[in-house]
Design a protein around this ligand. Structure first.
Ligand code: ADP
Ligand code: MG
Length: 470
């Protein structure tokens, strides 16, 4: 997928406002009605339609008039929202070339203001797994297009949380820098995926390091679940870095042993085939650890002393909840089932099909049909309208206020993370809206616009400077 970031340079504040309005509308509409977009965006001088046309031209939105006139975000539209947030936060200043296309992600180089190159992963969960069943299932036709927003965001949050926690425990992983929506920014690994490496100086050492990692992960209560030559990077000194964590599970998962053995088997097979390693003779030594090997030299899952709880304690601290984990696991398992059967797609029998579609449906139910959330969101939109009206009355956002605006924007897209937080934030927004409607005191927006008079262009020119290097 091409990410034409040049377009970013030409997008105005109104463009982003309307794009954000569509994103908000997608919380409870698959296709967001045009009037609702107009209402949420509340552009100062009107003209939402013109802006929509511009966004459509750049393929940031998709127009659908089959049932009523409306729009939804495209991947590109969602990418731009995340990228803009990252740029505003100063995480990076330029997007470079694409360095990886995963099964369900696109990876780009990005550069910070001081020229450091980082990696940006844009998650595309649902790109593969949903496609197969989407066209056949009415239910999915209704639900899938705003589901990928949620699933991709969840995958990014999970990846970020795991990367951070693993790094803290000394695992060789990229350094997690930041996360927004479906986007994770991390350090750039200097090296290549093992799949591209034809020869190694010390294949045995590398092999042992890698198997050691699988065992070490299990000791920490984790299984990678996609541990293979595509997700192991290796540099010129044959130093190993593991990547790609959205599918990791706990050792207490009901299929833990199977996942563990599958990871181990992938590595054994690859090293045997690619580097002609034979294992029986040296795996018995098992580098001094207590882990037993089976008759084929594979470490046995049952002999590993595992400390579960890593997931719960450490990941909760990164904002990734048990529920998030359950949600994404359900989906990924459903997806994996589908992927594994992809050869037989189209010829599989109805029974299997309805089973996997049921898994997905159940997942969707748990993801999006939470009554509470849907109801809560109705008044987010109202409040957002109020807030937008405030800032329209009092002038454009700038300086510190833009930070606040982007905070709000972030707030608005973290609504799924927990009910308590959600309610707190909603109440805060509500209070603000009520206060300003009553005219009891000058709104925060108006105070800021006063304070920032004359400094209006500072943020804009900073952004322009950022973007001009693209
Ligand atoms: P997916 O989940 O879609 O498989 P990955 O995280 O495995 O995505 O990334 C896909 C490819 O992108 C990798 O095989 C690797 O070539 C490249 N890549 C991913 N992360 C990094 C990184 N931090 N540094 C350098 N290259 C990376
Ligand atoms: Mg991968």
């Amino acid at each position: 997928m091409k990410l034409d970031v040049d377009v970013l340079r030409y997008l105005s504040k109104d463009d982003f406002r309307v794009l954000t309005a569509v994103e908000m509308g997608m919380r409870n509409h698959e296709i967001v009605p045009t009037e609702l977009i107009d209402r949420i965006a509340s552009l100062k001088h009107g003209g939402t339609y013109k802006v929509l046309k511009n966004l459509l031209k750049h393929k940031l939105l998709h127009h659908d008039s089959s049932k009523y006139d409306g729009f939804r975000l495209t991947y590109l539209g969602y990418d731009f929202l995340a990228i803009k947030t990252m740029v505003n936060r100063g995480v990076f200043a330029a997007v470079g070339r694409q360095i990886g296309v995963g099964k369900e992600s696109d990876i780009f180089e990005v550069a910070t203001e001081d020229g450091t190159v980082l990696a940006m992963k844009l998650h595309r969960l649902g790109r593969i797994s949903f496609r197969a069943v989407k066209s056949k299932r009415d239910y999915l036709r209704h639900r899938s297009s705003y589901n990928w927003l949620y699933l991709s965001r969840l995958a990014a949050l999970k990846e970020f949380a795991f990367m951070k926690a693993l790094e803290e425990h000394g695992f060789p992983v990229p350094k997690a820098v930041d996360c927004n929506r479906h986007c994770v920014v991390m350090s750039l690994v200097q090296g290549y995926p093992l799949v591209q490496v034809k020869q190694l100086q010390n294949p045995e050492t590398v092999f042992e390091t890698i198997i050691g990692l699988v065992v070490h992960l299990a000791e920490h209560g984790l299984i990678h679940c996609d541990f293979n030559e595509f997700n192991i990077m290796i540099d010129d000194d044959e130093k190993v870095t593991m990547i790609d964590f959205p599918q990791m599970v706990s050792v207490s998962h009901r299929n833990a042993q199977m996942y563990f053995e599958r990871d181990v088997e992938c590595i054994f097979k690859f090293f045997s085939k690619r580097y002609n390693l034979s294992f029986k003779e040296h795996t018995d030594e098992n580098d001094g650890s207590d882990v037993d090997s089976d008759e084929n030299g594979r470490p046995t899952f049952s002999s590993i002393s595992k400390s579960a709880g890593f997931l719960d304690k450490e990941l909760a601290a990164s904002g990734f909840s048990r529920k998030d984990q359950d949600d994404i696991e359900k989906f990924i398992e459903g997806g994996n089932e589908k992927d594994r059967n992809s050869d037989t797609e189209g010829t599989e029998d109805e029974e299997h099909e309805s089973e996997s579609s049921e898994t997905i449906n159940r997942t969707l139910d748990s993801l999006h049909l939470l009554e509470k959330e849907e109801n809560a969101l109705n008044f987010v939109e109202e409040d957002k309208v109020d807030e937008n009206q405030q800032s329209c009355e009092t002038g454009q956002n700038n300086g510190s206020e833009s930070e606040e605006a982007s905070d709000k924007e972030e707030e608005s897209q973290t609504l799924n993370t927990g009910d308590v937080e959600l309610v707190k934030r909603l109440n805060k927004q509500r209070r603000r809206a009520i206060l300003s409607a009553q005219g009891g005191r000058r709104s925060l927006a108006s105070r800021n616009s006063y304070k920032d008079k004359g400094g209006k262009s500072s943020q804009n020119s900073k952004l322009k400077k950022h973007l001009s290097s693209w």
